[in-house]
Design a protein around this ligand. Structure first.
Ligand code: ATP
Length: 273
């Protein structure tokens, strides 16, 4: 899907501060419905701050600017209302409730949904995406591997039946095969109608599934365009896509990582490096 006209989310001149530190400056961004948009940038560029600002989790922020979701202003709204409006958020670091079982974690995610039948259907969908969550329903979430917890965190966010899913570094710390699985699922989620705004360090992989992308540098948006435009952008290539620059080098690198993933770990998802 390429750039359908309807903007689901729109940020206009957003500024966010931590005390005196301005972490976002004049950020304007449009996320089209039915797309995956990736936010790239180095450590400390403001990527997580951008997602936190959208979710209303940073006290009193944004300091300036507007955030509109489906035509409705959400800046300054309480996070719970933002969730009820249809935005789910998976923060960095797979925060699941460790003492609760897999099944209980998913139920917690559905707290905004009143229709039980709908919740049952969504649960089936989540189990289709992540069959291991169906297999481990009674297992305490804290005993899952990091990769499994990441899947649970995404599954829990989907239980809220969001129109927009914000994902902060879903591939962080995962082995290559699992990274690929997570991105496959993210693109399935998009194909089934959920718009995705994704923060990702793994630019090469993210740009393969994304429709659009932006680059943040020191709190400012310095590049925005389609994923194909970003792949062709020399600065993006140099800064975020590693050393393999020619098509054959890229192919070799991806074949090598595939081999490593296949040879290194055949079993389930306990694949963290
Ligand atoms: P990373 O990939 O390392 O998480 P990022 O692009 O997500 O980086 P942010 O975490 O959004 O970057 O940080 C943006 C800036 O805001 C950085 O300079 C960071 O040090 C600062 N910052 C982030 N959180 C806080 C906080 N709670 N208090 C003060 N400064 C913060």
């Amino acid at each position: 899907m390429n750039n359908p006209a309807t903007p689901l989310l729109q940020l206009d001149s957003v500024e966010t501060y931590y005390g005196p530190l301005r972490a976002l400056s004049g950020v304007s961004l449009t996320v089209a419905e039915g797309t995956i948009t990736v936010i790239l940038g180095s450590n400390g560029a403001g990527k997580s701050t951008l997602l936190g600002t959208i979710m209303g989790v940073l006290d009193g922020q944004p300091h300036r600017g507007t955030i509109t979701f489906r035509g409705q202003r959400i800046d300054g709204m309480a996070t719970e209302k933002i969730v009820r409006a249809g935005i789910s958020y998976v923060p960095e670091g797979r925060r699941v409730f460790p003492e609760l079982t897999v099944s209980e974690n998913l139920k917690v995610g559905a707290y905004t949904v009143r229709d039980r039948q709908s919740t049952r259907r969504t649960l089936e969908r989540v189990h289709d995406y992540f069959p291991l969550l169906a297999d481990r329903q009674t297992q305490p979430a804290g005993t899952l591997s990091g990769g499994e917890q990441q899947m649970l965190a995404i599954g829990r966010a989907l239980m809220n039946e969001p129109e927009l899913l914000l994902l902060d570094e879903p591939s962080l710390g995962l082995a290559p095969l699992l990274v690929r699985q997570v991105f496959d699922i993210v693109s399935q989620i998009r194909d089934e109608g959920v718009t995705v705004l994704l923060v990702e360090q793994n630019a090469r992989m993210a740009l393969k599934v994304a429709d659009d992308g932006v680059v943040l540098e020191s709190g400012e948006l310095v590049v925005s365009g389609t994923a194909a435009e970003l792949v062709d952008n020399d600065e993006v290539e140099e800064l975020y896509m590693g050393a393999a620059t020619t098509a054959s080098e890229q192919e070799a690198a991806s074949t090598a990582s595939e081999r490593e993933a296949q040879g290194g770990a055949q079993h389930d998802v306990d694949l963290e490096s």
